[in-house]
Design a protein around this ligand. Structure first.
Ligand code: G
Ligand code: G
Ligand code: MN
Ligand code: NA
Length: 254
């Protein structure tokens, strides 16, 4: 409850920030997108998202917070696109945000006011979001996809219904959970599962992103498997907007 009051105040006092983690195309090593990640500095104390996203969801504060993240990130990414190359933006959605009134309209407004093309925006969902309010959630996500927005399944491989989910929701991308990537090169089962997911994704015509790349041998194996994109501390850590500014002037080599 105390955290809920603090969250409300944090929203009013602009204590939230967005960090961006680059995603690279594994064939070209070019940055093709950034994933927006919310940060909360409560005074000088950093509060991890895992600690405040649950309470924000429970109190409904996730809705105005997510709307701020959406508008701010669209604006910043549109500016980077104007000054350098055509990167995309990935955003994590919350279940409550999707079913909130005017969710679809809010996304449309954020695109219109920033000038970011719908095709440059990817919305990331996890499978659990389809369990409750599944019909309404799928309907709204499908409406956005019809506008050209892309959909991704985050933490792919860890849910109960991965394949059923792929069939129900018109998705464009799967993001392989770090628990698979972590075993690349030192665990035969995880290595086999990763290459199977890459092939499954490609056979379904999807973009496949590997998350949580931390070691060079993981990156090498993913390239050999033909995985489309990669993300992780080895490639680049989440960074403040300033960091992306300079990245857009230089480049990343992985
Ligand atoms: O990158 P980081 O370790 O901070 O993220 C922790 C968790 O918080 C991840 O599961 C990530 O998806 C989630 N997260 C980060 N930013 C956002 C956000 O803007 N909205 C939502 N709903 N989740 C986010
Ligand atoms: O659930 P989601 O995939 O949205 O989570 C993103 C989170 O993963 C972010 O909090 C980000 O900081 C974290 N992350 C990104 N790359 C790595 C990595 O290479 N290793 C670890 N341990 N975490 C990572
Ligand atoms: Mn994510
Ligand atoms: Na993930």
């Amino acid at each position: 409850l105390e955290l809920a009051a603090d969250l409300q105040r944090a929203l009013i006092e602009h204590q939230f920030a967005i960090e961006y983690q680059p995603v690279v195309d594994l064939a070209t090593s070019r940055v093709t997108a950034v994933e927006a990640l919310v940060r909360w500095w409560r005074g000088s104390v950093f509060v991890p998202p895992e600690q405040f996203l649950g309470p924000a969801e429970d109190t409904g504060l996730i809705v105005p917070l997510s709307e701020w993240i959406l508008r701010e990130a669209c604006r910043e990414v549109a500016a980077w696109r104007a000054s350098s190359w055509d990167i995309g933006l990935s955003l994590n959605l919350s279940a409550r945000q999707i079913t909130a009134p005017r969710f679809v309209e809010t996304v449309e407004e954020a695109l219109a006011e920033s000038g970011l093309p719908a095709s440059a925006l990817t919305l990331e969902v996890i499978e659990e979001m389809l369990v409750e309010d599944a019909e309404e959630t799928i309907k709204r996500l499908s409406e956005l996809r019809a506008l050209g927005v892309r959909l991704a399944i985050d933490d792919f491989g860890t849910g109960y219904a991965s394949l059923a989910f792929l069939r129900q929701l018109p998705v464009d991308m799967i993001k392989i959970d770090p628990s698979f990537v972590s075993g690349l090169g030192n665990d035969d089962t995880l290595t086999l599962l990763t290459s199977t997911i890459v092939r499954l994704g490609h056979d379904l015509g999807l973009i496949v992103v590997a998350e949580g790349i931390e070691r060079p041998e993981q990156l090498e194996l993913l390239k050999q498997m033909g995985c489309t994109r990669g993300q992780g501390f080895l490639v680049a850590r989440p960074m403040a907007a300033r960091g992306v500014d300079s990245l857009m002037r230089t480049s990343l080599t992985v």
